[in-house]
Design a protein around this ligand. Structure first.
Ligand SMILES: CC(C)(COP(=O)(O)OP(=O)(O)OC[C@H]1O[C@@H](n2cnc3c(N)ncnc32)[C@H](O)[C@@H]1OP(=O)(O)O)[C@@H](O)C(=O)NCCC(=O)NCCSC(=O)CC(=O)O
Length: 508
């Protein structure tokens, strides 16, 4: 097998890893004697004894609990020295028991595998335990409990293809080999080496399969921040509202021009200036890294939430809103549901990518899926129209319980120049058409599409800090208000709100 040019990390044992991650002196083992899987005196029994002597553990999996940043957590760690951390039926049982206990005790779970996958000595009975492990992870996640994984060197096969890939947040160890089929196996089967630097933590990060690549020292801080955010007690203190201000009746075109100012604060500025504890997450988890959609966990004062925002800065350097950007958005929606956190979506796009790649990547389908998933999402949702709001790519993030618009933000089916080209065969009549199409925040308010407008003085790019603080306060106010409401009532009201669009009847 070729390891490629990247230096491979040292392989800390399970106990070294546990000591490095957990708060000092907090580790307690949960393990009982492993299931007996080998006939006494058989070659496999001899192998197990030798493995235990070499590793200093009684199986390839160690489970227990400890604290990370003061938070009590369940821990599952792989021990590579024990038959390459491979998973036989005894190790699988241990993993499942740990998930079950963490579920009962409502503990967050930190898993750090290092494994050659299914244990070849045990074959298919061991292989199929991937199913019971995945079932245990699913039952755990159904309880809205947080799961973080640290994929160490090496993580392969059925471990990567079950509990290694199911975390809410997935971090890789720098230089780690992380892959499905071992490169050595590939070479033996296909008679040629597997390409270098494919099965590396860094390459997987570049393909949106990991949220970060971090050495263990930094992992601990990230895990602690994640736990701080998702375990924060629900803050029920009412949040002060932003005082209403009179809004000038400016022409639509004036707002459109202001919204296109490169200096206008986007999602990153809003989070930097208006939120705390921002933990960016990357990728779709399905092979795509995308710059057009910024996904993060963050806190608006006391309230943690999932934030997904169209990222104009990313857009300018890379590409316009792409189908993969909307897949990142859908990952964020799923994350919010699984962690039972409110969701804040931020609209700021000059429009969805119009290209062969976008068509073939399923742009229209992704818009449809965003609309249909967001409009029925169970958690409280707040949408912010922050800047430009062009076309289906913008609308995809709109259907929330509450919609806040910045004064000079707007929403339209096409760029106004495009609408003008359709009707008049010239982009020149865009200002006039934008007026008629009722794209302005004031029109959106009147038409029941937005609930409130946050003023700009005279526009957000002139006062980014004050504007972002005002917007953040409005978001926090809406989140606090929604958090206090009965869930069924809230979902009913959301359904009714969107049923009424365009003057339709109230639902029966
Ligand atoms: C994990 C590795 C990248 C580590 O490579 P290294 O060069 O560091 O180490 P190595 O290959 O010398 O392995 C160390 C020792 O562990 C043993 N070993 C490795 N993987 C094993 C496994 N799954 N079961 C039992 N033993 C295993 C090796 O035979 C070797 O034993 P000794 O020291 O005695 O020679 C490689 O071992 C590897 O590619 N393993 C196979 C990965 C894989 O394809 N798994 C899929 C399994 S099927 C599965 O999981 C289900 C599925 O795919 O869905």
């Amino acid at each position: 097998m070729s390891d490629g040019p990247t230096a491979k990390p040292a392989r800390p044992t399970s106990s070294e890893l546990i000591a490095a991650v957990l708060d000092d002196g907090t580790w307690q083992s949960w393990d009982e004697a492993p299931l007996a899987v080998a006939q006494e005196g058989s070659p496999y029994a001899v192998e197990l004894t030798a493995a235990a002597e070499k590793a200093g553990t009684d199986e390839s999996i160690v489970t227990g609990e400890g604290r990370i940043g003061g938070h009590r957590v369940a821990v599952i760690a792989g021990e590579f020295k024990f038959l390459a951390g491979s998973i036989g039926v005894a190790a699988a049982e241990r993993i499942v028991l740990a998930f079950e206990r963490a579920t009962r005790e409502r503990l967050p779970l930190f898993a750090a595998p290092a494994s050659g996958g299914t244990r070849m000595q045990e074959g298919t009975p061991a292989f199929v335990t991937m199913v019971k492990i995945s079932a245990a992870v699913a039952a755990y996640k159904r309880e809205h409990l947080p799961y973080i994984t640290y994929l160490r060197h090496p993580t392969t096969g059925g471990v990567f293809a079950s509990w290694g890939s199911l975390g809410h947040v997935t971090v890789g160890e720098p230089g780690a080999t992380i892959g499905f089929l071992g490169a050595r196996v590939y070479e033996a089967l296909y008679g040629q080496p597997f390409p270098d630097d494919v099965q590396t933590a860094e390459n997987l990060f570049a393909h949106g399969l990991l949220d970060a690549v971090l050495p263990v020292e930094l992992l601990t801080a990230t895990a602690a921040r994640f736990l701080d955010l998702v375990l924060a007690p629900h803050d029920s203190t009412p949040a002060p509202d932003v005082p209403k201000e009179p809004l000038a009746d400016v022409p639509a075109w004036d707002s459109i021009v202001r919204s296109r100012n490169a200096a206008r604060p986007g999602v990153r500025a809003l989070l930097k200036l208006g939120a705390t504890d921002v933990l960016p997450l990357f990728g779709t988890g399905a092979g795509e890294w995308d710059r057009s959609l910024f996904l993060a966990l963050a806190r608006f004062e006391g309230t943690p939430c999932v934030v997904l925002g169209q990222d104009r800065r990313g857009e300018q350097t890379e590409a316009p809103l792409s189908p993969s950007g909307l897949r990142v958005a859908r990952r964020g929606m799923k994350l919010a549901t699984e962690l039972d956190l409110p969701l804040v979506s931020i609209i700021d796009t000059a429009g969805a990518a119009l290209s062969k790649e976008a068509e073939e990547g399923g742009m229209a389908g992704e818009i449809a899926r965003c609309l249909s998933e967001l409009v029925v999402l169970e958690v409280p949702t707040v949408c912010v129209l922050l800047g430009q709001g062009t076309g289906g790519g913008a609308l995809a993030l709109m259907p929330a319980d509450r919609v806040i618009s910045a004064q000079h933000s707007w929403l339209s089916p096409l760029p106004p120049e495009g609408a003008s080209a359709i009707l008049y065969r010239t982009p020149d009549r865009a200002p006039e058409l934008a007026e008629r199409q009722r794209v302005r925040s004031l029109d959106l308010l009147e038409d029941g599409i937005v609930d409130r407008i946050v003023a700009e003085h005279p526009d957000a790019s002139d006062e980014p800090e004050a504007f972002c603080r005002r917007m953040a306060q409005a978001i926090r106010h809406e989140l606090a208000d929604l958090g206090d409401r009965d869930r069924e009532r809230r979902l009913h009201d959301r359904h009714a709100r969107y049923r009424r669009l365009g003057g339709g009847a109230d639902p029966r």
